[in-house]
Each structure stands twice: as C-alpha cells, then as structure tokens.
Write a protein that binds this ligand. Sequence first.
Ligand code: ZN
Length: 331
Amino acid sequence: MRKLLKKLCGEQAGSVSIVVAVSMVVLIGISGFVLDTGVYYSKGAKLQNALDSAVLAASQELPADSVSSAAWAAAENEAINYASLNEFEITSDDLEPIYKNGSPANGIIGIRATKTVTVEYNFAKVLGVNSGTVTRTASAGLSPAGGVRGAIPLCVSDTGLSEAIASGIVRGLTIKCSSDTELIGIDPSTASGWFGAVRFEGSGASLYSELLANGYTGVLTVGQVLEMESGNMSGPTLDGFTERVSRCTDGCTAESYLPDCPRQVYVPVIQVLPSKQVKIVAFAAFFLEECGGSGKNSYIKATYLKNITLPDTAPGASGQDFGLYVSKLLG
Ligand SMILES: [Zn+2]
C-alpha cells in the first residue's frame, strides 16, 4: 500500500512538471505572439504617420498641370524627403497624382502614397514565420480655402474677379478705389461713399492702415458678413501700403516672388449686401502692385495670383474656387 502511494505521488509530481512545461511553452508562445503583434501594429502606425506627413508636405507644392510639370516633380521630392525624415524610404513609384474631377486634363490637385514594408518577427520565428508585410496608404489634396489668417482689410467682388479671370486680364486690378477710379465688378451706385475697405473687428482709419500693413491676426471664414469701412482714407491707405511694400527688399514681381513676400496678400472675395455690408464667398491671393493717386486720392492696384496654397490651414468650409487652396489629408 505504501509502495503504491509512493508510486502514485511520483507519477503526480511528474505530470505536474509536464503540465508546467507545456504551460510555459504556451505562455511564451502567447506573449511572443502579443509582442510580435505589437511590433506589427507599431510599424504600421509609424508608416502611416510617415506617409501622412509626406503627402501633406507634397500637396503644398500643388496644384500641378501634369506629371511632367515642375510642380509635380517638387511635390514628389517633398514626399520622398518627408518620408525619409520619418525613416521610411519611398520612391516616385510609390506616389500617384489625384486629378481634379478624376481627369488628367483638369490638372493635379492631390497626391497619394502607398508603401509596403517588411516587419521582422521575433517570437513567431519559433513557428517558422520570420516576417510579415504591412501596407499603408495616405492621400492629401487641395480644396478652396474656407478660412484665412492674415487677410488685408480690402476685398474683391466675386463677379468682378470671375470676369477678370475669364477675360485673362488679371494685372493691376483696382482693389481699393479713389474718387475717380472704380472697384472691379462693383457698381459705385450700390455703395456710395465706399472705396473698398472692410472692417474685421473694430473700426477707424488708423486700424485700417495697421491691418493693411500687417494683416489681420484673426481668421476670416466663408459665409462671414463684414461691415464696409466708409471713406476714402487716402493717407492711411498710402501709409499702410508703403509700410507693407517696403518690407519687400528682393525686387519681387507678380511673376517671381519669394514665398513669404509681404506684397503677396489674401483678400476676401465678396458679394455686396444691402446696408453697407459684404458677405465672404471665397478667398483670393493678390500681388500688390502700386498705390497711386499721390496720397491725396489713393487707390491700390494688385495682380490676381492663381494656384496658391496656404502655408497653414485655418478652419472654414470651402467656398468657390478662386485659386487659393488649403491642403488636407483625404479620407
Ligand atoms: Zn518680396
């Protein structure tokens, strides 16, 4: 009896150690699987971040006319650089253009990056699985700016600007008139005593002059209604214009200017409302050309700039397309 008991005990001890050993293997296997899964997802997340930042940076170079344009080449370079900064190597083969309305004839308004990378496993090697692959994709594209930071307190009529663009005459458009010049697309009788200035917050000629020189630090959005700022404000116009334009010391022109040139300005594109108000329907970029009228009857002429992408994105739903864009990640 004693012998039998001893035998049973011995067997039990043996089976316990087998159970422990098997459990250990299962446990290590499970932890290994969990660790490898973690590695897999972490690599996927890093790749996604890298591709997101790559396409966002690239879309700043857009729009582009075609894949053979300099703008597309610049966009590809930006994407490749930003992916590399995030430790992923991509090539132009991993990039594809997104066309406006899906047709190459309309030009490129976005970029998509797709990349597959290998993930080296650690524990799964025990099971004979050395590596796996993870694929991620990111797209960014342009949409008309719905909000703008840094606008100057002038504006342009939507019909006037549309007509100017359609006729191809976009140089030297009057965006602030004098008593003997007219704002483009605005019938002087609908807004007598108005010379083109608008209020953002606060009023008065000195604030107007300061905003003309430095831009509005707040955000304007499509749909917003602004009060007209009445009066010719000739001196303040010349002062603000001169202060702003004198900061450009590089001989910039509308055809060739530095990216941060103070002569490049953003203005609301508006519709005139009754009771001395205007409604913002979009935004456009202009290059300040001249402040004429010898300071006594000042007007400002500026050249319309198309295909400008804002360096930073302000909130706001897109309005009409007047060639000023923001870039966003898509879906
Ligand atoms: Zn300049």
